[in-house]
Design a protein around this ligand. Structure first.
Ligand SMILES: [Zn+2]
Ligand SMILES: [Zn+2]
Length: 358
């Protein structure tokens, strides 16, 4: 029944075919070829170990973003010095690379995902001609590649409660209107925007495009500034403001407490509110990907909950799997608690599915 085309290990590595391991690390003499779907830490945080153990494939944007995330340099010279090998292999979307190792031939190809800049779906073609695909994090516009034998799918929002449809354009307007009001109010307040890496840079671009907010300084961590510098190289995000002040060493706290300053806009990947938000000195924008609610302002007038669409909703995820028409579906139960619900949902739709790791 169950093929050995793919498997998810107990620490979340996705084994594909005989040679490849995606979004994780495994010590296995035969499996020395790694692939990374996108920059988020639950997918990419073992990159250093992978680099020591073999070859790591990724898209050009993912490579640049991971350099920014880990403040590293993947130029040939540096990887040679650090690991003794030229271990990073860059593949554009749709560009295939055949690997031959121990007499086994397999081919890797990345397909676009709209989850974030550089994100990909990973396809491994075995030498028997079977296509194994790992979805990476699925976004509503993602289209699976064709002729899939085995699909490994991420299950964020696998539960039916994540089924609300949030309208991106009106949510963006709500964000801009709300913060414009807060920053220019009778008692102007600073704004702290919380969100995942990637989403944060998208909202930096959105606000940078809104000239009415030009006078308000931006703050972000050194890491988020480096990520912003990469995003700015992409046409869609080139307007991201160049001057972003580092938020380290209580810089924002000091800025806010000096009454001579205009209010500022801070961007942070941290979830918890800062003391100045708790004390009502700054307004909070919490960007979250949970589509079990709608964008709304909390009743105390201190927080805007902004729903983003980095992950597909429940129905969209189901649609993605149906479109994939795979012969078997392995649901990632490592990265999301929704996995088991999603397995049941797929079975109800007469799709052969099981969850891993067991
Ligand atoms: Zn992600
Ligand atoms: Zn993820």
């Amino acid at each position: 029944m169950i093929t050995n085309n793919a498997k998810i290990t107990s620490d979340g590595a996705i084994l594909m075919g005989k040679l490849f391991c995606a979004d994780g690390m495994v010590y296995d003499d035969k499996r020395k070829f790694f692939a990374i779907s996108h920059m988020h830490s639950d997918h990419a945080n073992v990159i250093k170990k992978c680099l020591y153990n073999g070859t790591v494939f990724m898209t050009p944007w993912t490579a640049k973003l991971l350099e920014a995330v880990y403040d590293d340099n993947y130029s040939d010279k540096t990887t040679k010095e650090v690991t003794g090998r030229k271990n990073i292999k860059i593949l554009e979307y749709g560009q295939s690379k055949e690997i031959e190792h121990d007499g086994i031939k397999e081919t890797i190809t990345f397909y676009r995902s709209n989850h974030n800049l550089g994100a990909s779906q990973i396809e491994i073609k075995t030498q028997d001609g079977f296509n194994i695909v790992y979805s990476g994090d699925v976004q509503r516009e993602d289209k699976p590649p064709k002729n899939i034998e085995t699909l490994v799918v991420d299950s964020t929002h696998g539960h039916p409660r994540y089924s609300k449809y949030n309208e991106e354009a009106s949510d963006e307007k709500k964000l801009l209107d709300t913060i414009t009001q807060v920053l220019n109010g009778e008692t102007p307040r600073s704004v702290v925007v919380h969100g995942h890496e990637g989403k944060l840079q998208e909202v930096m671009a959105l606000i940078s495009n809104h000239s009415a907010l030009d006078q308000f300084s931006f703050f972000a961590s050194e890491k988020d500034i480096r990520i912003a510098n990469v995003y700015r190289e992409e046409e869609d995000f080139k307007k991201i403001r160049k001057k972003i002040l580092p938020s380290e060493d209580y810089a924002v706290e000091e800025w806010i407490s000096n009454e001579a300053n205009d209010p500022c806009i801070e961007f942070t990947a941290a979830c918890g509110k800062r003391t100045y938000e708790k004390r009502g000195k700054a307004f909070s924008v919490i960007m979250t990907d949970r589509c079990d609610q709608y964008t709304h302002e909390t009743s105390d007038g201190n927080t805007l909950i902004l729903i983003t669409n980095a992950h597909a909703s429940h129905e969209e995820l189901l649609e993605y799997v149906k479109n994939a028409k795979a012969n078997e579906v392995i649901v990632d139960c490592y990265r999301s608690k929704q996995g088991i619900h999603f397995v049941n949902m797929l079975k109800k739709n007469t799709i052969k599915a099981y969850g891993q790791p067991k």
